[in-house]
Write a protein that binds this ligand. Structure first.
Ligand code: SAH
Length: 217
């Protein structure tokens, strides 16, 4: 039998932070620290483990993907979570971004519509000790009213427009980050709730899997 050297994930993770994130302009130190801490290799399928720190999106099974690390970091930087915030994530997928949010905020509710993904995310997060992150099985385009309102909402699937229930479940002054646009390509938008209305600004272009469900495609 051949001896194979196990990949040094810790080293790869720090290199990812230095080159893919810091090197491309991510400046939020809390986001950089969280990305340097959460073990992305735990959230991908066994076959994808050795690619965990590649500069690309990865399959997480069920036809879904975990975004490229840069895109995750960029959206978290735009979200600007504070340690005392309650956050809603729509599209928990593997649970990777939910774990990052667990590092950045007080409480996280992450909704996933595909049952096997929700179950796996729940298992991994429990094993890694994220007891401030709750995975909810359901249609996140409806938000998650039992824990609303949220200071921050992040959508991890491409939506035709900002789902109205999400706007309603934001606190006054709350902020939402979501990919909005066509089914195959979107623009990342940042919306702030002011006097009951959303003030929406466009950020970078992005490509996400479609948001399905009642307020999705
Ligand atoms: N944030 C994830 C990646 C998200 S991929 C991670 O860190 O791994 C987008 C996810 O959104 C997919 O898992 C897909 O099943 C889910 N999704 C799509 N529409 C949804 C909806 N209406 N409610 C909840 N989840 C949804």
């Amino acid at each position: 039998m051949k001896n194979s050297v196990p990949p040094d994930f810790e080293k790869q993770r720090q290199q990812m932070v230095a080159h893919q994130l810091r090197g491309r302009g991510i400046r939020d130190e809390r986001v950089l620290a969280a990305m340097g801490k959460v073990a992305r290799e735990e959230f991908v399928t066994d076959r994808q483990r050795r690619f965990a720190y590649d500069d690309s999106a990865l399959s997480i099974g069920e036809g879904q993907t975990i975004s490229q690390p840069y895109m995750v970091a960029k959206m978290l930087e735009l979200l600007a979570c504070h340690p005392e915030h309650r956050v809603l994530e729509v599209g928990a997928g593997s649970g990777y971004q939910a774990a990052l949010l667990g590092e950045l905020a007080a409480e996280v509710y992450a909704v996933e519509i595909v049952e096997p993904l929700a179950e796996r995310a729940r298992e991994v997060l429990a094993r890694l000790g994220y007891d401030n992150v709750v995975i909810v099985l359901g249609d996140g385009s409806l938000g998650y009213p039992p824990a609303a309102p949220y200071e921050r909402i992040i959508v991890a699937a491409g939506a035709p427009q900002i789902p109205q229930p999400l706007a309603e479940q934001l606190t006054p002054g709350g902020r939402l980050v979501a990919p909005v646009g066509a089914r195959s390509i979107q623009t990342c938008v940042v919306a702030v709730k002011e006097a009951g209305e959303l003030a929406v600004e466009k950020s970078i272009g992005c490509v996400f899997v479609p948001l399905v469900g009642e307020h999705g495609w």
